[in-house]
Ligand binder design. Structure first.
Ligand code: SF4
Length: 79
């Protein structure tokens, strides 16, 4: 399941930040849902990601703290 938001890393570059979640890798440590509940939510026992729920920096920090690597960010430079 991928979730993308458009971000900007400078006044001229446009970057698409894609958040990927791999349920097979997740160890259900809960870091994401505890750290950023407005972005990472459990709905019907599935992880739902709403990238509009926090700033890009907060999302990057939470993804980096995922202990299993189930959450990953891929940036695509669109400029
Ligand atoms: S932080 Fe990573 S391992 Fe923990 S629940 Fe979220 S996706 Fe799963």
């Amino acid at each position: 399941m991928d979730h993308s938001i458009q971000t900007s890393n400078s006044w001229r570059n446009k970057v698409i930040m894609k958040i990927a979640y791999d349920a097979k890798v997740c160890i259900h440590a809960g870091n994401c849902v505890n750290n950023l509940p407005a972005v990472f939510k459990i709905v019907n026992e599935q992880l739902v990601i709403d990238p509009k729920g926090a700033s890009e920096a907060e999302i990057r920090q939470t993804v980096a703290s995922c202990p299993s690597g189930a959450l990953q960010i891929a940036d695509t430079d669109m400029s």
